[in-house]
Write a protein that binds this ligand. Structure first.
Ligand SMILES: [Zn+2]
Length: 393
């Protein structure tokens, strides 16, 4: 407790699922409520309540400020704020100040990520957005990141229980280590890690780095689907500090009407409309008891149902994630139970790959990082690094 207020780290659990607010924020305003209820998850009158989230101030600053100033967020919310480093990389002519970023994060959120200089280059001239790891400027980017952290920390409000996390960049264990050595400075409260590819093995290596090298609460950026978050739940038994991870994968509801089937863990269905503007599924509340499905069934015959549908599907997906992660929190310390869960939950091939990642993690912790990497080298796909323009796969 600080000044009678709860310290941010008192609100953090052992392992924390942090959904990115994403497009749902556009449904937070009163004119989008249904019967006085908001179809988001972060407000006091949300139909499904979940008290943790990540906001990307670059995209949703104004709407977020309004919610904050109107005291609409849930009591004891644990809020994370992104840095804007990715926007700096992806958008041209963007000038982001690390000091402004920190001031905003400190005012509106509990935990903020420092503005990093990302050692990747955007590939130009390709239809697909490709990234290239910038090996030549890697250390220079780390130096710039360190300077930004030092500049920003000068304006911190001392008495506020805001936590400042620094982001570790790199594409493998050695580079993570190098980056961390360069940017480490007194006053950093926690670390952020990002795995360079979408593979479970790549995240497993990132987790092993964190277990061996980071002695503060650690956040994993952009973790995505359960094939990746399951790796963190397994690795958690080796972490001495709390960990958190953000994900926006639930939001495929709003984007593609992708609906996680509640009774078939691994399944997804795309909800479609027929030519008479009727949905191919309508009795949601008869097979899912979450508040979003309940609401979908209620509005099914309303003329403006389509306006809400995608967002309600997103909210259902989020609720499913929360239920699964709450279960995994119960069993993560029990390796056998985790393995049984993986075998029951995923398709055979996927399950096999995930279990190999579990073995790699155990080996790396018990028998050393180098040994484990060599022994399990087949699970790691080669990460393309180049100094020339090349699309990463
Ligand atoms: Zn549901």
């Amino acid at each position: 407790m600080i000044n009678g207020k709860i310290d941010v780290f008192d609100k953090i659990d052992d392992i924390n699922y942090i959904p990115v607010i994403a497009s749902l924020i556009s449904f937070a305003a009163e004119n989008k409520w249904i019967d006085g209820k908001s179809i988001t998850f972060f407000q006091k009158n949300s139909i499904f309540k979940y008290g943790k989230h990540l906001v990307n101030p670059y995209h949703t600053k104004k709407s977020y400020e309004i919610l904050f100033n109107n005291d609409e967020f849930l009591e004891n919310t644990l809020s994370f704020a992104d840095s804007g480093g990715l926007q700096e990389l992806l958008m041209d002519n963007v000038n982001i100040s690390p000091i402004d970023v920190l001031k905003w994060q400190e005012k509106y959120c509990d935990i903020g990520f420092a503005l990093d200089k990302i050692p990747f280059k955007k590939n130009l001239g390709t239809v697909k957005v490709g990234w290239t790891f910038d090996e030549i400027n890697f250390e220079k980017c780390a130096e710039i990141t360190k300077q930004r952290i030092l500049d920003a920390m000068k304006v911190r409000i001392e008495y506020k229980s805001f936590k400042y996390y620094a982001i570790i960049q790199g594409t493998n264990y050695k580079l993570y280590k190098k980056w961390k050595e360069i940017i480490d400075s007194p006053g950093i409260d926690g670390w952020c890690c990002k795995s360079p590819t979408n593979s479970s093995a790549s995240l497993a290596e990132t987790a092993v780095f964190a277990i061996k090298n980071l002695n503060k609460p650690t956040h994993f950026l952009g973790v995505g689907q359960l094939t990746k978050s399951i790796i963190l739940f397994y690795a958690k038994k080796y972490f001495k500090y709390p960990i958190s991870f953000d994900s926006s994968s639930y939001d495929t509801g709003a984007q593609f009407r992708r609906y996680n089937l509640p009774f078939y863990f691994n399944g997804m269905e795309s909800i479609k409309m027929d030519k008479d503007e009727k949905y191919n599924i309508s009795n949601f509340n008869e097979f899912c008891s979450c508040p979003a499905c309940n609401m979908m069934s209620k509005i099914m015959d309303k003329p403006d149902k389509d306006k809400y549908m995608g967002y309600l599907i997103s909210l259902h997906n989020l609720a499913q994630n929360v239920y699964i992660f709450n279960y995994l929190k119960n069993i993560y310390k029990d390796s056998d139970k985790m393995r049984i869960f993986v075998n029951n939950y995923f398709k055979e091939q996927t399950a096999e790959k995930i279990l190999q990642c579990f073995d790699y993690i155990d080996d790396a912790v018990k028998n050393g990082v180098e040994f484990a990497k060599q022994k399990h080298i087949h699970i790691f796909q080669e990460f393309k690094k180049t100094t020339r323009q090349q699309t990463l796969i």
